[in-house]
Design a protein around this ligand. Structure first.
Ligand code: G4P
Length: 473
């Protein structure tokens, strides 16, 4: 298949949301509607059975045909090839999340209909805005009592500073939520509750909005829905794809990931509207050029490094995002920073717990490369060389600490662990200027980065550490 066709099918995105808004549930439903999961509900089972997974997706990996790395998951939805990037779902914040967003072509913002725009969503949205990443909005949990839909859209506009345009509108937000008005086709989409709850796709019927059937479904809600639609027509923002792709307007969809009501219209809208991988600006000596995904031969950059993914092998993987051209196994590429040629001989994605070798990949795809120390975050590799993809954002650390091994005989393992985890970008390492041999300082954007660091030094390198927070913030 041609490069142009492969690129046109790809949609590479990340979900941005505050914990508990429904990111995992929505991801799971994407797999359900793709036909990859026969039954949804593993999220709940996993939680009931005690959660010890490093990724929210680990529970999904047993199902056939879903390829998962700790960084991305790829599968088909109809004709589209979807790459979902994993953004860690914890409360705290890490630079890792920011870097992951650079690998996305667009983002889905999930908002809880009762809670509105929450802090973490705001921070993540800000990164999307700075990078010009288009954002689609899914207002979730419409099956529970929540806020007024128009008020929620106004909050998106006020808090995030982006125009919001409703592409559909709910019959209500609350237990009776059973239908959506598709504002582009003027139809009422009616969902039927089934005995399976949200485990199977929801049945949906379509009725012209002015039909008797639609009026009967809306019943006494007809007036309020008609008034709201009127208001949106008169005072709402118009929607067009170009403005959305320039990051100036977010299309808003309503639904309930849990019951599946509104999930399919959202996914279909997503595939229709989200951009395929496009050109990206790169640096050349003395200037910049656009790297076209079709015209420029293979190029990619490293956006994430992860050590010790398989405790048996103690290896490290470098995750690249393909930006242009066709990636093939055994390709010999130029490594910009090192100024030398390297062979990409063992590219991996992971399916279930076994790694699968990737033979080819296209712009938008994420590939894991075994990293014997040649890759660092931000590295560019390309077939022809001569340019460097834009550097990844660097963040001003906000928290500082001194770190020491509890057992001084473990110094060597401590130094090695710290060096490797710093190379991954887990934290930044600083040395006191007046005593470069002294105990290092570490710096991070979020507190959790320190905890993860200590945990991993212990788990992966066998070193228990003391951490002394420093007063500078
Ligand atoms: P996250 O990844 O964004 O953190 O959220 P996650 O999908 O894990 O969802 C958080 C909780 O919200 C889960 O409940 C999930 O079942 C529930 N949820 C997600 N979407 C919807 C929705 O559309 N409607 C309703 N009613 N609930 C939703 P939980 O309390 O963790 O577990 P449980 O209630 O399933 O036992």
């Amino acid at each position: 298949m041609s490069l142009t066709t492969e690129i046109a099918k790809r949609r590479t995105f990340a979900i941005i949301s505050h914990p508990d808004a429904g990111k995992t549930t929505l991801t799971e439903k994407l797999l359900l509607y793709s036909g990859l999961l026969r039954t949804a509900g593993i999220v709940k089972n996993r939680k009931a059975g005690g959660k010890n997974a490093t990724s929210d997706w680990m529970g999904m990996e047993q199902e056939r045909g879903i390829s998962i790395t700790s960084s991305a998951m790829q599968f088909r939805y109809g004709e589209a090839v979807i790459n979902v990037l994993d953004t860690p779902g914890h409360q705290d914040f890490s630079e890792d999340t920011y870097r992951t967003l650079t690998a996305a072509d667009c983002a889905i913002m999930v908002i809880d209909a009762a809670k509105g725009v929450e802090t973490q969503t705001r921070k993540l949205f800000e990164v999307c805005r700075l990078r010009g990443i288009p954002v689609l909005t899914f207002i979730n949990k419409c099956d529970l009592p929540g806020r007024d839909p128009v008020e929620l859209m106004a909050e998106v506009e006020d808090v995030l500073g982006i125009q919001a345009s409703a592409l559909n509108y709910p019959s209500e937000i609350g237990r009776g939520f059973d239908s959506l008005v598709d504002r582009r086709t003027n139809e009422l989409l009616h969902f039927v509750r089934t005995a399976t709850g949200g485990a199977k796709p929801a049945d949906m019927t379509r009725h012209p909005i002015a039909s008797d059937a639609a009026k009967a479904i809306l019943g006494e809600r007809l007036d309020s829905v008609t008034d709201a639609l009127e208001l949106l027509r008169e005072a709402g923002n118009p929607f067009d794809v170009d403005t959305f792709r320039r990051g100036k307007v977010t299309p808003v969809f309503f639904g309930s990931a849990f019951t599946n009501f509104g999930v399919q219209p959202f996914f279909d809208g997503f595939v229709e509207l989200a951009p395929p991988p496009g050109p990206r600006l790169a640096d050349i000596p003395g200037g910049e050029i656009f790297i076209d995904p079709i015209e420029t031969p293979f190029s990619a950059y490293v956006f994430k490094i992860q050590a010790n993914m398989n405790p048996k092998h103690r290896d490290s993987l470098a995750f690249i995002r393909v930006v242009s051209g066709r990636f093939e196994r055994d390709l010999v590429v130029k490594h910009h920073r090192l100024g030398k040629d390297i062979r990409l001989s063992r590219p991996n994605t992971m399916i279930a717990n076994s790694r699968e070798t990737v033979d080819e990949a296209y712009p938008g795809d994420i590939v894991g490369l075994l990293n014997p120390g040649s890759f660092a975050i931000g590295d560019t590799i390309s077939l022809k060389g001569g340019f460097e993809h834009k550097p990844l954002p660097q963040f001003q650390p906000e928290l500082f600490a001194r770190i020491q091994p509890k057992d001084l005989t473990k110094r060597k393992a401590f130094d090695k662990g710290l060096a490797q985890l710093t190379a991954e970008g887990a934290v930044q390492q600083l040395r006191p200027w007046d005593n470069p041999q002294g105990d290092p300082f570490i710096a991070a954007v979020g507190r959790l980065q320190f905890e993860v660091m200590q945990y991993r030094l212990n788990d992966e390198y066998g070193v228990d550490t003391h951490l002394t927070p420093l007063p500078y913030e």
